[in-house]
Write a protein that binds this ligand. Structure first.
Ligand code: HAM
Length: 422
């Protein structure tokens, strides 16, 4: 019997995994500078949490959720995103009683039953950040700035920050009406999904991926022309802050996002190097969601980065060179193996990656293996070395070699290798 991973689900192996580690550790570092603390929320939640927040008429809820009854018959869903869970956790754990803003980040797998293609998977990973309790545009700018700093520190260039405002409950009705008026003459030409969306949630027509609907919506009303005074002020202040902070951005008036919880600011960071799935990160404000989940009135904003797409962009800049052993101890004979075990532990205690040639093969084949592993040093322990007490060391990068007392070897190698594995 031969098993394989499910469609759209992947193993993450060396050397790629080192890029993942780099991205995740840099995210931790930058988030902590900006005061975002880590939260770990469950991978499974009650289905209503996602239906209510993401929206019953979104693609995610209509077609993409991994939903199943648990053994007690409750409807459970594998999380398709992190925001809804963090909002639930924020309310359930009374985090709103702490001083605002409360800022959190998370990282982990998300699940969407999408048609797999380049940059689109069924299990994918996000690094997300959410900030609660402050509604001013300065926070929007801070969040975007954190995202920009993170992407730049990873060495990614040529990214496009697309921004929009989709207004609030005050401006939405007039925009909704304008959309209905605009689409009504060619309602029958829209895809069947959009014909349903026309009645249930016309904003979603702007997010449809069907080519015909994309063409039909060119010339559709722009949400930014319908913003109320407060939303307009918010958006204009944000745009001027982005200028002050030198965050290059473009206005994208059809950026309504695929999730229903957004209010005011929406944004996506896109790259031409990603093909059709070009958003590496996306987010926005969701000032009503905490309240809709039964919490106090709490404005909030956040984003999520798609780690797989981030890794694609990091790879464009060069393949990672995986870490390799600091020392390979080649052994000849049983007594040498015992001595090498002691030396290897001494080296590891000092933070070095030490490997031992346990397989009893010839010295030549053990040194060949050390080379293939890209070990920096080899140490040879055979009968001669054991009787003389002197061990031979070899620098496999520059070919230098010498002998040293076995008891001093760990100290000696420590002084030569300036970069122990951390
Ligand atoms: P989203 O736009 O659905 O937003 O996803 C954010 C990012 O996750 C996308 O820009 C993309 O990089 C990545 N992504 C999404 N779906 C897939 C997939 N099937 N395969 C690979 N990568 C994918 C959210 O999830 C919101 N929770 C973001 C947010 C946080 N808004 C406010 N706070």
């Amino acid at each position: 019997m031969k098993f394989s991973a499910l469609k759209g689900v992947h193993d993450i192996l060396p050397p790629d995994v080192y890029l993942w580690q780099r991205a995740e550790s840099l995210a931790r570092e930058i988030c902590s500078i900006y005061g975002f603390q880590e939260v770990r929320v469950p991978l499974i939640e009650s289905t209503d949490i996602f239906t209510r927040s993401i929206g019953a008429t979104t693609d995610i809820v209509e077609k993409e959720m991994y939903t199943f009854p648990d053994r007690a018959g409750r409807s459970i869903t594998l999380r398709p995103e992190g925001t809804a869970s963090v909002v639930r956790a924020y309310i359930e754990n009374h985090l709103h009683t702490l001083p605002s803003p409360q800022k959190f980040f998370y990282s982990g797998p998300m699940f969407r039953y999408e048609r797999p293609q380049k940059g689109r998977f069924r299990q994918f990973h996000q690094i997300g950040a959410e900030a609660f309790g402050v509604g001013v545009p300065e926070l929007d700018a801070e969040v975007l700035s954190m995202l920009r700093v993170f992407l730049e520190k990873l060495g990614l260039r040529g990214l496009n920050f697309e921004v929009n405002s989709i207004g609030c409950d005050d401006c939405r009705p007039a925009f909704r009406k304008a959309l209905l008026d605009f689409f009504s003459p060619f309602l029958n030409d829209l895809c069947p999904d959009c014909q349903r969306r026309y009645a249930s949630n016309p904003l979603r027509i702007l997010d449809c991926k069907v080519e015909r609907c994309i063409q039909l919506r060119s010339g559709a009303p722009r949400v930014t022309d319908f913003l109320c005074g407060a939303c307009r002020d918010h958006f204009e202040t944000l745009l001027s802050l982005l200028d002050v902070l030198h965050i290059p951005h473009t206005l994208n008036p059809v950026l309504v996002r695929g999730l229903d919880y957004y209010t005011r600011t929406t944004f996506e960071v896109t790259s031409e190097h990603l093909g059709s799935q070009k958003a590496v990160a996306a987010g926005g404000r969701y000032d009503k969601l905490v309240e809709e989940f039964g919490g106090p009135k709490t404005p909030a904003i956040g984003f999520a980065i798609g780690i797989e797409r981030l890794i694609t962009l990091m790879k464009e800049r060069g393949e990672p060179s995986p870490p390799s052993p600091d020392v390979f101890i080649a052994t000849l004979g049983r007594r040498a193996v015992i001595k090498s075990a002691v030396l290897a532990e001494e080296l590891r205690a000092r933070g070095f990656w030490a490997e031992v040639g346990y397989d009893g093969s010839s010295l030549k084949s053990q040194l060949r293996k050390a080379d293939r592993l890209s070990s920096r040093y080899a140490v040879i322990i055979g009968e001669d070395e054991l009787s003389s007490g002197k061990l031979t060391w070899k620098n496999l990068r520059d070919g230098t070699q010498g002998e040293i007392d076995g008891n001093d070897m760990a100290e000696f190698l420590s002084s030569l290798s300036r970069h122990p594995q951390s």
